[in-house]
Design a protein around this ligand. Structure first.
Ligand code: SAM
Length: 216
């Protein structure tokens, strides 16, 4: 399989054509090997325009959604970023290529371990994976310049707003369990400024400030 060529086609037809403009974001999507983050039997579909299963009932997000959420954060290489929902580790590695340090939290230990193994294999050293309930953020390394939630929440967890630096951005899908709206929130002078972006569908954020784990 010519993965490099598939990746180029993905960037042109799925990202550029739909309006992703940030050159750094496009460069990173052109270079991170998405096929390394899925099971061998799914590698041929790794650059398709859709989410793919990664085990434990979870998914690696559609490339366009990952790029849109990344672009909304307006990252620089000086930033410390928190991602909630490591999944395969693909999005975390994208963030790692654009920021100084990334902390990524996953509640399913098996997924976190596989993702950590993939990052190690690819030589990515500035992404740190933690196994925990990310619906309450990650107190230990706060405040963060940017926070990305890659699972659907019933509301914006207060803990995430508290752990965001002034001037920082939070991107999070909020809605019901089956469909959400992608929200981009900016903390400015202690106030939260909200801009809504588009409809989306994510697996649920389960935990203390997410959906109840009992209904999993
Ligand atoms: N960003 C991932 C990637 O690049 O593969 C895709 C994330 S997947 C759509 C959502 C992930 O969020 C799942 O792996 C799920 O287990 C995780 N998740 C759900 N609730 C969580 C929580 N409270 N804390 C941490 N991870 C959670």
């Amino acid at each position: 399989m010519d993965f490099e060529n598939s990746r180029k086609r993905m960037v042109d037809s799925q990202l550029v054509e739909r309006g992703i403009k940030n050159e750094r974001v496009l460069f990173v999507f052109l270079n991170i090997p998405r096929h390394e983050f899925v099971a061998p039997e799914l590698r041929g579909s790794a650059y398709d325009d859709r989410p793919l299963p990664i085990g434990s009932g979870q998914t690696i997000s559609q490339p366009y959604m990952a790029a849109l959420m990344t672009e909304l954060l307006e990252l620089t290489d000086k930033m410390k970023v928190l991602e909630l929902g490591t999944g395969s580790g693909y999005q975390a590695s994208i963030l790692g290529a654009l920021a100084r340090e990334v902390y990524s939290v996953e509640r399913i230990a098996g997924l976190a371990e596989t993702a950590a193994g993939t990052l190690y294999r690819l030589g990515i050293k500035n992404v740190h994976i933690k196994i925990a309930d990310g619906s309450i953020g990650l107190e230990e390394f706060q405040p963060y310049d940017a926070i990305m939630v890659t699972a659907g929440a019933p509301r914006v967890p207060q803990a995430l707003l508290d752990q965001l630096k002034d001037g920082g951005r939070l991107v999070i899908p909020v809605g019901n369990r089956f469909s959400q709206e992608l929200k981009c929130l900016r903390k400015k002078g202690g106030q939260i400024v909200e801009t809504k972006s588009c409809g989306c569908v994510f697996v649920p954020l389960l935990g203390e400030q997410g959906w109840s784990v009992d209904n999993e």
